[in-house]
Write a protein that binds this ligand. Sequence first.
Ligand code: NAG
Ligand code: NAG
Ligand code: NAG
Ligand code: NAG
Length: 488
Amino acid sequence: MCKLKDSNEKIKGKQGNWVRGMKFLGEVGVENNKFLTASHAKLKLWILRAITTLLLWTCIIQLVALGEVWGPNLLKSWPSCSSPPDVYTESNASLTRREVVLPPKRVYKNNGYLVVSCNGGLNQMRAAICDMVAIARHLNVTLIVPELDKTSFWADPSDFQDIFEVDHFISSLRDEVRILKELPPRLKRKILPLLKKHKVVHLNRTDARLANNGLPFEIQKLRCRVNFHSLRFTARIEELGRKVVRALRQNGPFLVLHLRYEMDMLSFSGCTRGCSNEEVDELTRMRYANPWWKEKAIDSELKRREGLCPLTPEEAALVLTALGIDHNVQIYIAAGEIYGGERRLRHLAAAFPNLVRKEKLLEPSELLFFRDHSSQMAALDYLVSLESDFFVPTYDGNMAKVVEGHRRYLGFKKTILLDRKVLINLIDQHENGLLIWDEFSSTIKEVHANRTGCPKSRVMISDKPKVEDYFYANPQECLQPADAALSS
Ligand SMILES: *[C@@H]1O[C@H](CO)[C@@H](O)[C@H](O)[C@H]1NC(C)=O
Ligand SMILES: *[C@@H]1O[C@H](CO)[C@@H](O)[C@H](O)[C@H]1NC(C)=O
Ligand SMILES: *[C@@H]1O[C@H](CO)[C@@H](O)[C@H](O)[C@H]1NC(C)=O
Ligand SMILES: *[C@@H]1O[C@H](CO)[C@@H](O)[C@H](O)[C@H]1NC(C)=O
């Protein structure tokens, strides 16, 4: 029921050829078995599986948060993952720091160095980092703290340590793999000759992904460990996250709407419903100008009917209302600039007057900072999304998937996984007068009754990796069954 399609996602990872990086690694193995020796065959298998690609990506700490805040009016009919009473226990889920006792360092013979340059948006890079740790561990190499993408659409100059606690990342994984902030100077000076001798592997893109399935259990656990425990946002970002969550909590429960209605997405996908002619032109020009976006001529309406467009803000308003979301609930918009601005948010704001944007909750100076650091803003939105009572993504991109997975890890907090293809069909029928409101609403509720981020098995389709469920959206190897989560 919850099959997630995302064949057209990959947007920010699209800026290059993922094959390049992986091929290089493959060649290293072929040409010189000093590096990769025993693991070569297995690795190759992985690489094949990694062609799986294109699924999406994710953060932080542990702690089971069981927020069932829905008061009497809020989504009365909404099913919950498990039967125990809806008790709302305030917790700081992801924002609670737990001091960990550092594990002893793992002792192993270092086979070389793995240098990684990630590409894509924050959440795509996040998942890639988890995969890279798993690869480094498997190959007994030393991982150099990954370099983040500074040239994508988001053009955020932030380095790893501007977004994540780098020392925590290194020390919390030291029983698995050695991680250094930089290549040793000795090697740095000689990096080119060394590259030739295959002592250093540089993966210059990371949007090829490890397979979702069929990997050893320890590798899957390690991917989770990196994702949920070792990648911790910096204290500054967490502080801002707490501030936003505190401000929201003061006024009761809140829903995070990941309204992926941003310029890059619309340009890339060609979804222009509701845009003015000038806007359509602008989006089209941008798409044709981007050499990495292969699809140029796009029929927006056709694509929309196939369920491949992010919901528009107007559609989102309609769907939330049909789902029975209380009109007074706070809705925090997790997104950058909404394309079309206030004009496009009018319907949503009319239906849900407690629409909260960052601008309401943060100081001008904090906002100004985010303007140039969109990855850090994405990190803030990530934290707020984790903490929310309901998380509703309007598109199944990297952020949607990785947050969904993280919320599963935090005790199956509710994520409404919208079935856009079905929704669009219903919306059109309703708007054409073929479906009365009550039927429209009850059908939408029914369709989504089981799409709430509850425990379920990942859909595995071994010859169609692109359509199977994404590992980071449902890292089932690392999840406790809901009952256990509730009682722990
Ligand atoms: C949540 O965090 C705040 C500030 O960090 C702290 O004062 C509060 O006690 C925490 N609440 C819980 C339930 O841990
Ligand atoms: C990695 O090191 C372990 C021992 O620490 C060894 O058993 C294993 O074979 C090594 N793997 C590779 C690929 O070198
Ligand atoms: C990585 O790839 C980009 C283009 O995709 C290129 O501009 C850059 O020079 C490469 N870096 C290295 C170290 O090869
Ligand atoms: C939802 O799940 C329940 C129990 O697992 C099942 O009885 C019901 O038919 C499912 N509903 C839909 C619409 O799939």
